[in-house]
Ligand binder design. Structure first.
Ligand code: UDP
Length: 203
């Protein structure tokens, strides 16, 4: 994939269609795909946070969530094609999952929100398999308690449900820390941090 360097962070020059197709390919070919969706704030944070910088660098696909990135890239020879926000990519993936009967796990947000978001998604997309949901306020890597008993239970729960896509909504960089640490031991194909999207879907 062609990349554009913005303040040291390599962003993929993909539009929504290509980003979705890359996810579909991963699901259909049984490969893991870790997606990060940075906006300008996250790019700036990555400049000050080496851990986050390295995680973004290691991601399989980095899509431009923020309009600031698209504007910055226009000053370069090969501008980014369009803004690809996490929530729009989530919607595009949900449509695909509905068409093909694929499964999703929703992890994150306050108690009850992921479940509510799941119910709303099922109303809109009845053919999706809702593998499971869990809130984002247990003790785990995102709260400085990596490897806690509860975190192991959450990972076991995801693994038992074997989702095609794991949506993680802890906000950045917490969601990226979680995915980076556990994607190798989690039985899912597409891993994406989606910030506050579960709050949006639940409303
Ligand atoms: N969140 C969570 N666990 C945490 C911190 C945040 O599940 O330890 C959730 C929060 O409830 C919200 C989401 O993460 O649903 C995104 O939070 P925020 O709006 O701060 O992040 P952004 O969308 O700006 O990345």
């Amino acid at each position: 994939m062609e990349k554009i360097n913005i303040l040291g962070v390599e962003v993929d020059r993909v539009d929504m269609k290509q980003a979705t197709e890359n996810c579909i390919n991963a699901i259909e070919n049984n490969k893991k795909l870790f997606i990060v969706t940075p906006n300008s704030e996250i790019i700036v944070n990555a400049g000050e946070n080496k851990t986050l910088f390295d995680i973004i660098k290691s991601a399989d696909m980095v899509v431009p969530d923020g309009i600031g990135l698209v504007i910055a890239s226009k000053m370069m020879k090969k501008p980014l094609k369009e803004r690809v926000t996490g929530i729009d990519l989530m919607e595009s993936l949900l449509k695909y999952c509905n068409e093909k009967g694929k499964s999703i796990f929703l992890l994150g947000a306050k108690q009850g929100i992921a479940q509510k978001a799941g119910e709303k998604i099922k109303e809109k997309y009845p053919n999706i398999r809702l593998a499971g949901t869990y809130h984002g306020y247990y003790k785990g890597i995102h709260s400085g308690a990596k490897g806690s008993y509860e975190e192991k239970e959450v990972i076991d729960m995801i693994n038992e449900s074997k989702p095609d896509i794991l949506f993680v909504a802890f906000g950045s960089p917490k969601q990226e820390y979680f995915i980076d640490a556990y994607k190798d031991i989690i039985d899912a194909k597409v891993f994406i941090g989606v910030g506050g999207s579960l709050d949006v879907y639940s409303g």
